[in-house]
Design a protein around this ligand. Structure first.
Ligand SMILES: [Ca+2]
Ligand SMILES: [Ca+2]
Ligand SMILES: [Ca+2]
Length: 226
């Protein structure tokens, strides 16, 4: 079993990401930690995947404090020994996020990241990015609501050749509204976006609720052929 996340290291490095391998008895076999030494700020892991004899940890490193920005990283380690793999660390240096909320990996080891980006005069905007196997940017999808409020993706699902971000978009009159979109994994363009206001109030929930919304939309998609 493998566990990944973040832990507080020190004032000089803040949190660092960590990946631990346990055997079936629950005894740790090896532990790897990672601090992006260029910035020495917060680092945390979001997703684990396996590739041949390696296990990979995908995470985000904070790269600025005002405003806060994050960039993605990915480390490979040998499953058996825990030593750094051949392509030890790749960086998604081209792409800034204000928040990173969910990461998915497809069968070809492309990486999809959902969260937000800060834009002057637009608050946060929804951001979904596809990175290739070297963590180079393939495409960027940004969404700003009509009222230039805060918009953020909180969850991401992949189904066939589409990714589906869910989250919220802020409306001046309706507060937060639920957001969902269907985005081509090949091009990064959206087939549709949905903004749902239940009753004019603040439609805010946790990630689970957004995922439930995604399931509803998925089945509507199947029924209505979106
Ligand atoms: Ca750190
Ligand atoms: Ca916005
Ligand atoms: Ca609302």
């Amino acid at each position: 079993m493998y566990v990944a996340g973040g832990y507080y290291h020190s004032v000089g490095q803040l949190t660092n990401s960590v990946l631990i391998k346990y055997n079936s008895s629950g005894t740790a076999q090896w532990t790897n930690t990672y601090n992006n030494g260029t910035y020495n700020l917060q680092d945390a892991a979001y997703r684990i995947f396996f590739s041949g004899s390696n296990v990979a940890m995908i995470g985000a490193s904070q790269t600025a404090t005002s405003p806060i920005t994050w960039k993605m990283f990915r480390n490979y380690y040998s499953i058996s020994t825990g030593s750094a793999g051949s392509a030890a660390t790749d960086y998604g240096d081209a792409t800034d996020f204000a928040t990173v909320k969910d990461v998915v990996v497809d069968g070809s080891f492309n990486v999809y990241v959902a969260g937000s980006v800060s834009a002057v005069g637009e608050g946060k905007n929804i951001r979904v990015v596809k990175f290739n196997t070297n963590l180079a940017e393939s495409w960027v999808y940004n969404y700003n609501g009509a009222d230039d409020g805060d918009d953020e993706a909180l969850g991401l699902e992949i189904e066939g050749s589409y990714v589906y971000p869910t989250g919220y978009s802020t409306d001046d009159d309706e507060g937060k509204n639920l957001f969902a979109a269907k985005i081509s994994t090949g091009t990064g363009s959206a087939s549709w976006t949905k903004i749902i206001d239940e009753a004019g109030g603040d439609d805010e929930g946790n990630d689970l609720k957004y995922r439930c919304l995604w399931n509803r939309l998925y089945w509507w998609n199947q029924l209505q052929g979106w």
